[in-house]
Structure formats: structure tokens, C-alpha cells
Design a protein around this ligand. Sequence first.
Ligand SMILES: *Cc1c(COP(=O)(O)O)cnc(C)c1O
Length: 388
Amino acid sequence: MPIPFIDLQAQRRRLGEPLEAAILEVVRSGAYIMGPQIAQLEAALAEFGQAPHVLSCGSGTEALVLPLMAWEIGPGDAVFCPSFTFAATAEAMPLVGASPVFVDILPDTYNMDAEHLDAAIEVVKREGKLRPKAVIAVDLFGQPADYPAISEVCRKHGLKLIADSAQGFGCTLDERHPIFWADVATTSFFPAKPLGAYGDGGAVLCKDARLHDLLVSLRVHGQAVKSDLEGRTFEHDPKYLNMRVGMNSRMDTIQAAVLLQKLSIFSDEIAARNRVADRYAQGLSDVVTVPKVIEGGVSVWAQYTIECDDRDGLAAHLKAADIPTAVYYPIPIHKQGVYSGYPVGPGGLPVTQAKAERVISLPMHPYLEPDVQDQIIAAVRAFAGRNA
Ligand SMILES: *Cc1c(COP(=O)(O)O)cnc(C)c1O
């Protein structure tokens, strides 16, 4: 049997009958849109993620767009983000008419370099063409960005901070979730993410009640929410009173039901992912560059990403042994045609560019058996030894 890169079937077998019963319950209830599982999931995510307010939504991409809309970020505004990330991080800005400004990463964690962020903000301010408004930090491959340093830069310049935790939901730094430092934390429930559904979905975590209210409105076509209706009376159902331009970004009830089941074992899965990561580090640290987690950080290991001089040779060698690998990300966003016209921080992004040529990710999931992992480790060692 080929080794899976991510084994969602092992998780499904573990969750078993209650998972299928939860789906069937939604099917039988008929409450396909905004059924009671949606509010249950939002409450459970708030508790898990140490956030006062959680909004479920249609995807991790929309989870980024919704707060930008709520803050009325648009044409002429700059939002700073890394280029070494999934396209959705940067895509949120043009979707609201704003401009991404790309910032370099740290060479050991692959997460945003707070000093380069500060320098990029200074340059944009000096040039005066764009107004700096917000920063999107990414918890790449599952580990928290340097939030103490990044949030300090945001405070200094008066910018909002979003934690794009699509890969890192559940990660902590000194036992705190990213929302401790950020105004908003977002995640994705795409099936392959650490906490994934059986389809698309996302969430926005925030601390401000008024912002949450706005997000509730924007999620459903700018519909009137409680704060819009205070002290006013209507002849018609206020459901059809649209206060602002929003969108449809509801999560399906079935996905909420699936996620409630998965959330019940998520802490245990994070522990298992860390055991797998430790085992990889023990088996590989003398032959390739293994990942380094920020001091005080706990990663949820969306990916286990190593560096190797002959990355493509290693991929071919592992493929011949039926071991799948993936490269995240071979082309940094600022080098992709449609994004190449947006500004980058001063001095360009040398770390981003160097890493894009060296990284390769190995199979990683909570159900990776030790004997299978040993095969992977042995195959990497055989290649690295031969090429040392
Ligand atoms: C997956 C991902 C997203 C987008 O999530 P979708 O649910 O696929 O829209 C955004 N940012 C990062 C860093 C991601 O990995």
C-alpha cells in the first residue's frame, strides 16, 4: 500500500460511527444552513482558541477578506504579508482593492521577519503612495509567528494585525494562542489542514464585540444585525434589510457537525503530531536541515518541512520508494505573474527566494506509524548519505 502524505482515512476510522451519525443527523434535520451545530461549533472554537468571539465562514480565504471588509480597507491601502505562503494570504488584499506589500521571512522558522516588516512600513510611509493599514502574519507549516515582535511593530505604526492561522490553528506561543497578540486570527477547515472538515470552511476569531457584529453582518450580505436595529422599528422582516455590501460566506451545517467531532480529538492529535515531528528530528537532524520551532512555541505541524541542497533529487528518490513529498512553496507569491507588480520590502526578499529552492515536505499526520516513519527516515538518510 502506498504511504499517504496525509492520512485522513485513519482519522475517519478512529472517529467511527459517531461521526457518521452526526452527519446523518444534519441530513435528517433539514437545517442545512445555519443549523444549531454552527453556534455550537463557534462556542467550542472560542473555548479551544482562547477567543472571546468566533465567526464560522465559508473558507480560510473569506476569513481573511471579511475583517478587511469590516475595517473598510480598500483602494490606496497597504497590507503587509509574507510572500512565502499560500496565495490566499495575499489574495485577500486585491479582492478588497487594497495592495499587498511583501515582507521577508526568518531563515529558521520561515515566518515573518519583524525587523523587515518595520523597514517595509517605513518605506511605504516615506513614499506616501499607499496608506499602511494592516499586517497579516502567517503561522506557516503550523508554528506561531513571532507575535510579540510583530504586534509591537503594529502598535508602533498603528496597524491592525491578522494572524493567518490556516495552517497553525491550535498552535501556541508561551501557552497563548495567536489571538492574544492579534486583533483577528483566521483559520481554514480545508480537509488537509490540521483541523479540517469534509469540505470547505473557515473561521474568524476576534476580541472586539463590535467587529464580531460587523462580521456577522458581512457574512450574510450585509444583513442588519442587533447593533443596526437598536432603537429602530421596521415594518418588514429585518432579515431583508441590508446595511452594507457583504457576501455569502456561511459554513454548511454538515461541516460544523463534522468539525465538532474532530475538535474533540484535536488536542490529542496535536500531541501525536509533535511525537511524529520529534521522531523525524531524531532520525534526520544529522543529514538534512530539520525544522526549528520558535522558543516557547508549540507547532501543530501542518507540514514537516526539511531543507536539502538537491531537493528535486530527494523528491525523485523518495517517489521511487513510493514515498510522497510536496514542495510548499516553489514560487513565492511576489514572483507569480499577477502579484509581481505589488511592492516588496527594502532589499527584496532574499530569504524567501533561497528557501523556495530548498524546502521539501515529508508525510506528516497524527496517525503515521513508527515502522512507516522509519522507512521514510531510512530513505531520506540513504539519499542524503549518498549525496553528502
Ligand atoms: C489554506 C490556506 C488559506 C486559505 O484557506 P481556504 O480554506 O483554502 O480558503 C489561507 N492561508 C494559508 C496560509 C493557507 O494555508
